[in-house]
Design a binder for this molecule. Structure first.
Ligand code: FPP
Length: 229
């Protein structure tokens, strides 16, 4: 494995629909296999000692999709929280949610809130899920929260405290699958100096090998953060 590994990897898990259609299956089946890939990836990431993992599970813009597909993804969040909570607790990984979960039904929202409470005391490692999330909205929300608190002028410190990701370092590496090469309103503020890695692999096929290729690429990059060194 590469010598220099990122401490925070974010995933734009793209290509579930195309994966399913290419196999003559419904798009929703692609999302179900997407969850399998997510569970495998969760294991690889935390086994490598990476402390923070972010995933883009649903964008606000995805809500334009047919209702049935959105219902499937909501159901998968429910199932994912159920099946992953024991792992989060066992490995002392805090769950964090970015986005507006008021769209969930009472039962699912309660479940997510309970999982947030149950893992709230863990400080070392975080699984960060973007759900019904928009990077632009997150920034506007942060500004509004700060203004409501009485701040007349903001700085980076104040703004960052009001982002959904408060307390989580910026992603070092953002991986997008399926060959698309854009950020799609994901962690806009936090990705200022993230290294980007694009792979043609469709998310349901994402494997340890794909992850290792991304981390190897990352470890060979020279991050300057605007400096000349
Ligand atoms: C992009 O594939 C993927 C999504 C919009 C959702 C990602 C969701 C999952 C992996 C499952 C849900 C996860 C949780 C934790 C609830 P796409 O449908 O845009 O694929 P396409 O570009 O091939 O159509």
């Amino acid at each position: 494995m590469a010598d220099r590994i990122p401490q925070h990897i974010a995933f734009i898990m793209d290509g579930n629909g195309r994966w399913a259609l290419s196999k003559g299956l419904q798009r929703s089946i692609g999302h179900k296999y997407g969850i399998k890939a997510l569970k495998r990836t969760f294991q690889y990431v935390f086994d490598l000692g990476i402390k923070y993992m972010s995933i883009y599970a649903l964008s606000k813009e995805n809500l334009k999709r047919p209702k049935e597909e959105i219902q499937t993804i909501m159901g998968l969040l429910d199932e994912y929280i159920d099946s992953s909570l024991p792992d989060l607790l066992k490995n002392k990984i805090r769950l964090n949610i970015m986005g507006d979960i008021s769209i969930l039904n009472d039962f699912s929202r309660e479940k997510v809130n309970q999982a947030l409470k149950d893992t709230a005391s863990f400080t070392d490692r975080v699984l960060n899920i973007a759900f019904n999330y928009s990077g632009r909205d997150e920034i506007i929300r942060a500004v509004n929260l700060a203004v409501k608190e009485g701040h007349k002028e903001l700085n980076q410190d104040i703004l960052e405290k009001h982002l959904y990701s408060a307390g989580i370092p910026d992603p070092d590496l953002i991986i997008r699958t399926s060959g698309e090469q854009r950020i799609s309103n994901f962690m806009l503020y936090q990705s200022a100096y993230s290294e980007l890695y694009f792979t043609k692999t469709l998310w349901p096929d994402f494997s340890k090998k794909t992850l290792e290729a991304a981390i190897n690429s990352y470890s060979n990059r020279h991050r300057k953060f605007g400096d000349i060194k």
